[in-house]
Design a protein around this ligand. Structure first.
Ligand SMILES: *Cc1c(COP(=O)(O)O)cnc(C)c1O
Length: 385
């Protein structure tokens, strides 16, 4: 089955590739000379579509990519034949041959993984690239401190591995004043000092903004590339890259008291106008946003009149009070922005008691992604649809 046409789907996600490239360059500037900026494109580039986002980043000069699973690595390899691709989940026993055959670099998360990757190199009589992860405070992935100490004492465990990168991951980088940041930094510096010399990486998006001493040789941003604010609480240095829209599939004038939606949680007291959009929690618009979120008419870039979501979010539908707009401003098929513009992904996420990461990553597979290079081009292409 071919991809659904954008004007037949109920909702759509407009992805601004120009903004993603711009964000990459902002991070390159910020990281400074001597630090490589990789791109984390796991979870389908945080829902935006890795097949399109990764080549766009490669064109912007990115040579290093991170995915979560082997599966994602194989798919990305099909899109980027020559880029360096690292798999964060690493090599479960038996994965080594397929990793090597597809030139995928596992993040080695324990001594057993190092051993198996070294065996793979030995069998193939070749040198293999690798990333080694040290746990400095997440208790999730990476060598424990005793394992790191053992590796330091027995460095020949790394024979057969080349172009090594050692990494760790910050638990609290989005809270610049959190003492964990400096603690993890110290632990990382102490642990790596005892290992053979190799390139080093600690920072995710927010880590890049903690200061130059967090940059090391390579940084690993994901969220910031996609427009999520890496510095919560201060102005977003990144450019918005995603706009989620729902299409009006019903318009109803109410002229007597009525309740709206499941549970009858909203009541139109006297009169009003309700628009029903073809987007719901099946599309990743969180159910918790019922009676909480609001939308903006897509063409209404000037006034940005807020259209409150009224009633519960259904699986496939959401209802908005559009009484504030003139009737002729809306028609069946009109798109309403639910994320993007004045409704930033971070703001909507806060309303849903989550983070922009989750909001974007959960945008459903039913929602077609529409790609464009700049906002003006998007407008032109949308008019043509
Ligand atoms: C997801 C992830 C990143 C990217 O984090 P952002 O906060 O999105 O920049 C970097 N490193 C690791 C290990 C990750 O799992």
């Amino acid at each position: 089955m071919s991809a659904p046409a954008f004007n037949t789907a109920g909702a759509r996600l407009i992805v601004d590739l120009g903004a993603i490239r711009r964000n990459y360059r902002i991070l390159v500037d910020r990281a400074g000379p001597g630090t490589t900026v990789s791109a984390v494109v796991k979870a389908d580039a945080y829902g935006l579509g890795a097949d399109r986002v990764a080549p766009c980043l490669a064109a912007a000069g990115c040579d290093d990519f991170f995915v979560a699973t082997l599966d994602e690595g194989l798919r990305l390899r099909g899109v980027l034949p020559t880029a360096r691709i690292a798999v964060l989940d690493g090599n479960l026993p038996g994965d080594e041959a397929v990793l090597a055959a597809n030139d995928l670099v596992p993040v080695l998360n324990d001594l057993g993984a190092i051993e198996r990757w070294r065996d793979q190199a030995r069998q193939a009589a070749t040198l293999l690239r690798a990333v080694i992860q040290l746990d400095t405070g997440m208790c999730r992935m990476g060598l424990s401190e005793p394992e790191s100490a053992r590796l330091a004492a027995e460095p020949d465990r790394l024979d057969g591995l080349s172009h090594l990168l050692v990494m760790s991951h910050l638990a609290c980088a989005d809270e610049p004043d959190h003492p964990m940041n400096r603690e993890q930094w110290h632990r990382f510096v102490d642990l790596t000092a005892r290992l053979p010399a190799m390139k080093q990486s600690l920072a995710n998006s927010s880590g890049i903004f903690l200061g130059d001493d967090y940059h090391f040789d390579l940084v690993r941003p994901g969220a910031a590339l996609y427009g999520i604010n890496p510095t919560p609480g201060t102005a977003n240095p990144m450019t918005e890259a995603a706009r989620l829209q729902g299409k009006i599939v019903a318009l109803r004038d109410v002229d007597s008291p009525m309740t709206v939606g499941y549970g009858a949680t909203h009541r139109v007291a006297r009169s009003g106008r309700i628009a029903t959009l073809a987007i719901g929690y099946a599309d990743g618009f969180p159910r918790v946003l019922g009676n909480v979120a609001s939308g903006v008419l897509s063409d209404d870039r000037a006034d940005k009149i807020s259209l409150p979501v009224v009633g519960r979010v259904s699986m496939d539908l959401v209802t908005l009070d559009v009484s504030a707009l003139a009737p002729e401003q809306l028609t069946l098929g009109t798109y309403i922005d639910l994320i993007g513009g004045p409704r930033t992904v971070d703001a909507v996420a806060a309303e849903a008691d989550t983070i922009g990461y989750e909001l974007l990553a959960r945008i459903g597979s039913r929602v077609p992604r529409l790609y464009n290079e700049s906002d003006r081009q998007i407008q032109t292409e949308l008019r043509a649809l």
